[in-house]
Design a protein around this ligand. Structure first.
Ligand SMILES: Nc1ncnc2c1ncn2[C@@H]1O[C@H](COP(=O)(O)OP(=O)(O)OP(=O)(O)O)[C@@H](O)[C@H]1O
Ligand SMILES: [Mg+2]
Length: 330
């Protein structure tokens, strides 16, 4: 049985003058441990779909079954409990500005009625997981976008959810920060077995991070499956449009982007670049290098020029970060 089952889900918004069929007969199974990407153009129905998954939005018809429970049969109290198991993070972080990092992470646990000692202990663990221990007394306005999203992730993890829903969680972030947030989500998925649903309009997010993908077009799911299958053989025209799109508002050509990579005692610099070219199958130009080999370990930095395509750039940055190499924009 799938962890999340959507069956014949529809959502219609009825206004005074017009009716919008935001979701039409959506059928989707998401299994425990998946990182499931849901991708589509603006207005396709992505946010509506993800809001239906935790019943923030009530479907017009059809059902949402989570862990065997049909949400329409739950009492309000049961629904509140379920929402602790289905956390959500957003594009604009939605942090409480008057509370510091600890206070924001504490929030969901206070609502859940946890004891102060237990809350404090859990906050310490969560700060460690998201790498913000040294920022615990800062307020949101003192943090970068990426750091604010880490706080939101810690808050989402606080109640030990089974599922995290992300609605455009990286859309307000620059590419490098996007990659580091996606790495964190992958780590959470792998280490804690949490199922993650990622709503995005960016192909590169799905390609670098998701195990499965559903393509939504005008309220209808037009294609679903494993990322490598859908990407290598897109069947629908909506999928082909998203996958083969090279330019457009969602994927601005960034030009020849430069990054600096810093070696702080990695095994050695050459194999890493050779592996990078082999594994990512992209050409990078070394514009500048100052590395020293000290006892077989590399120290120093290099400036690389990345290919023009954004997906390829993401691949390179993701690869380097996954090898624990520090990457910064130049
Ligand atoms: N509360 C609402 N009342 C009326 N129409 C709505 C409401 N919420 C969404 N819609 C409509 O439903 C459709 C799908 O909207 P939705 O926000 O789910 O799209 P989306 O794929 O998330 O788009 P974006 O990428 O721009 O965030 C749109 O036509 C939108 O105008
Ligand atoms: Mg949306």
């Amino acid at each position: 049985m799938a962890l999340i089952e959507l069956k014949h889900l529809t959502k219609t918004f009825k206004g005074k003058t017009q009716t919008v069929d935001a979701l039409r007969d959506i059928n989707l199974d998401i299994n425990q441990g998946d990182i499931y990407g849901i991708i589509g153009m603006s207005g396709a129905g992505k946010s509506t779909l993800v809001r239906c998954i935790n019943f923030l939005e009530k479907p017009t018809s059809g059902s949402v079954v989570i862990d065997g429970k049909d949400l329409s049969t739950l009492t309000p109290a049961e629904l509140r409990k379920l929402r602790q198991e289905v956390s959500m993070i957003f594009q604009h972080f939605n942090l409480l500005q008057q509370r510091d990092v600890r206070g924001n992470i504490a929030f969901a646990m206070e609502i859940a009625g946890m004891k102060r000692d237990a809350i404090n202990k859990r906050i310490d663990e969560l700060l460690e997981i998201v790498g913000l221990t040294d920022r615990q007394h800062n307020y949101p306005s003192q943090l970068s976008g990426g750091q604010q999203q880490r706080v939101a992730i810690a808050r989402a993890l606080a109640t030990n959810p089974k599922i995290i829903l992300c609605d455009e969680a990286t859309s307000a972030l620059d590419p490098t920060t996007t990659t580091s947030i996606l790495n964190l989500l992958r780590e959470i998925n792998k280490k804690m077995g949490i199922t993650i649903v990622i709503i995005t309009h960016e192909m590169s997010v799905v390609e670098s991070t998701c195990s499965h993908v559903a393509i939504i077009d005008n309220g209808t799911l037009v294609e679903t499956g494993r990322v490598e299958d859908v990407f290598s053989h897109p069947k629908s025209s909506a999928a082909r449009k998203l996958i083969f799109r090279k330019t457009g508002a969602d994927a601005p050509p960034l030009g020849k982007r430069m990054i600096r990579i810093v070696f702080e005692g990695n095994a050695s610099s050459e194999p890493i670049l050779a592996d990078l070219v082999m594994e990512c199958r992209v050409a990078v130009n070394i514009m500048h290098a100052e590395t020293r080999d000290v006892g077989g370990k590399a120290f120093g930095h290099m400036i690389l020029q990345l290919p023009e395509e954004r997906v390829q750039q993401e691949k390179v940055i993701y690869y380097l970060q996954s090898r624990s190499i520090h990457v910064e924009e130049v």
